[in-house]
Structures are given as C-alpha cells and as structure tokens.
Design a protein around this ligand. Structure first.
Ligand code: PLP
Length: 344
C-alpha cells in the first residue's frame, strides 16, 4: 500500500525523530512550582523571540486563546473579533462559556484586510446600557489561508491604544504569516499586546501552544491556567519538542508554502476546478470542484481508497494543506487520483 498522504490539516504532522529524542532526554521538574527547566527555557525563548516580557506554555491553541480572553476580560465584557475567526467558529463557544463575554464580530475585507470603519463602529462608548469593549482579537495567518498586512495591524493597534483596549492575536500560524510576508515574526508580535502561537501545527511539535505578553499579564494568565486545570507537572517532555520546533522548524515553512503554490497551480489546470491562486498565501489551498458524475462522499472515499486523507467541503470549498509529512511525490499522487476521480 502507498504511504499515507494526509492533506486534511497541518495539525496532523508527526513529531520528527529529533523531537522524540529531545523529549526523551529532557530535564524535568514540577512546572506548577516553576521547577521544570525545559519549560522555563521554552517560555523564556518564546518571549525573547517575540519581543515580549514573558510567556506561558499551554496544552492547545484553543486553550491559549481562551486563556488570553479570560485574562483580559471580566464577565459581561465585549470582545471584538472577525466573524470567520477560529475563536468564533471552532472554539465551541468557549468565550461565552469560560470568560462569560459577548463577542461582537466584523467581516474582513477581501478575506484579509481589516475594516477600520466597521471596527470603530463596534467599539462601545461609555453608556449605562452598553457592555464594556475590553479586547480586540485578530488572527494571522487567517484560517482561510491568507495573511493580514502588517500595516493594517499597526493601524489597528494605534486605534486600540487610543481607546485603551488591548489587542490579542491568534497566531496559531504566526510563523507562516511571517514567512508569507517576508518579515520577522517579532514585527507582527510588535503590533499586539498578547499572542497565542501554536507549536503543534506546521512546526510539528506533538502538543502545545505558547501565550506571550507582559509579565503582569502572564502572571495572571498562569494563575488562570491553573484554575482551568492546565497546570501541568513534568511537562518538559512536551516542552522539549516544542522548543525544538521553535528553534529548528520555522525555517522550513517556506517549503510548505511553495508546495501549496505548486498544488494550486496544478489543481487550476484540472477541468471543473476553481482555485483563487491569489488567496494561496501560506500552506493552504482552498478550491471548489464541479463533481459531475460522483457525489462528494464518493470523491472523499476515492481518495481514502488510495491512502490519501482529505476532508469534505465547507461552504462549497475543499481545503488541502501541505506540511512536513507531505512531499511533492505525495502531492503528485494526490493530483493523479484527483484527475481520475473527476473524470469518472
Ligand atoms: C487559527 C487557529 N486558531 C486556533 C486553533 C486551535 O488550536 P488547537 O487545535 O491546538 O486547539 C487552530 C487550530 O487549527 C487554528 O487554526
């Protein structure tokens, strides 16, 4: 049987052999006592890399975003966030359930530009009837595979500062965004107060995200993490591969981006496929396909029969994601299967 090609997400990436080795050899301690030197090194490294005072290691990206929202707000506050963001769509309503906040949404323009007038209108002036606007959340890279330009983030930060509201970034794919923009990740981090960065997506760590910000914010977040049951003990076993990911895996994200471009080019040559190549900015290719003689279920199953994993469509679009465990050969094989299935 052919090797598995998994195009569903970059969350499926396996830790590399080196990651398994550093995990095995990590020096451990009880992290709730701040005694795990590997976790301490990871948090310090991440904070320095992103130009912030401190960082706290958390189990997942969802945990990181929700910890940030909880720490920045009080129940009844309002948070401004994009309508298509992971926080709105894919975090199980946690902002309402955990922090007890109300979310107020804006729509990105053309999938990646910030609508300043709309955001300004969403801000709540002081009024006895209104909730207090306590936070604005951005996402970069955006889950739809695009990148918000640095100048938009800088303009937003200036506006938020003038209102006295902190800005949190869901930087699940921060380093993809930085690579796509050709900037240092720190330049993106400079435009926000706090960030959540996932280490277990394109960077291939098995588990974990990191939340960075001021020392005062991270101290409070650390206590909230404990409250949520996220105080972990000898967690250096996963901090070690996460640190390896930050040090060694960032540089190769460009390869995933190039492979996504190649995949998009080749898909666009197939009859009945529509890909907006301008929107292929990181490691994700969104496309629609006119399936004439087969159903979507048969299309997905046809790939599965060839050991190729894909997700079904959402809002009429499929998404293929490139990552460290997919090479050009795997992409070419997927394209062959694709052509066979659509020509049935
Ligand atoms: C943009 C974005 N934010 C947050 C997350 C949440 O990460 P996790 O799956 O680790 O909770 C994801 C996961 O795919 C994501 O794509």
């Amino acid at each position: 049987m052919n090797k598995i090609v998994d195009l569903r997400s970059d969350t499926v990436t396996m830790p590399t052999e080196e990651m398994k080795n550093v995990s095995f050899e990590a020096i451990l301690g009880d992290d709730v006592y701040s005694d795990d030197p590997t976790v301490n090194e990871l948090e310090q490294y991440a904070a320095e890399l992103l130009g912030k005072e401190d960082a706290v290691f958390v189990p997942s990206g969802t945990f990181g975003n929700q910890l940030a929202i909880l720490t920045h707000t009080r129940p009844g506050n309002e948070v401004i966030v994009a309508s298509n963001s992971h926080i709105i769509i894919d975090e199980v309503g946690a902002a309402a359930g955990i922090a007890g906040v109300q979310l107020r949404t804006f729509d990105l323009i053309d999938g990646n530009r910030l609508p300043f007038e709309q955001i300004d209108r969403l801000y709540r002036e002081d009024d006895i009837h209104f909730p207090e606007t306590a936070l604005i959340c951005l996402e970069n890279a955006v889950s739809s595979g695009t990148v918000v330009p640095l100048e938009d983030m800088a303009k937003l930060k200036k506006w938020a500062d003038s209102k006295g509201i902190p800005v949190h970034l869901d930087g699940a794919r921060l380093f993809n965004a930085a690579a796509a923009m050709g900037v240092d990740a720190r330049q993106i981090a400079d435009q926000v107060d706090t960030l959540n960065v996932c280490l277990s997506k394109g960077l291939c760590a098995p588990i974990g995200s990191i939340v960075v910000g001021s020392k005062e914010f991270v101290d409070r977040a650390r206590k909230n993490r404990k409250m949520l049951g996220g105080g972990m003990r000898q967690v250096g076993v996963i901090a070690a591969p996460a640190l390896y990911a930050l040090k060694k895996m960032v540089g190769r994200l460009q390869d995933d981006h190039k492979l996504a471009q190649y995949l998009a080019d080749e898909l666009s040559k197939i009859d009945g496929v529509t890909v907006n190549k301008d929107e292929v900015q990181i490691n994700m290719v969104f496309f629609s396909v006119d399936l004439k003689n087969i159903t979507e279920e048969q299309f997905v199953a046809g790939f599965a029969e060839q050991n190729i994993k894909i997700n079904g469509s959402e809002d009429g679009k499929f998404r293929f994601v490139t990552h460290n465990d997919v090479d050009k050969e795997g992409v070419d094989r997927s394209l062959e299967v694709f052509k066979q299935l659509v020509s049935r």
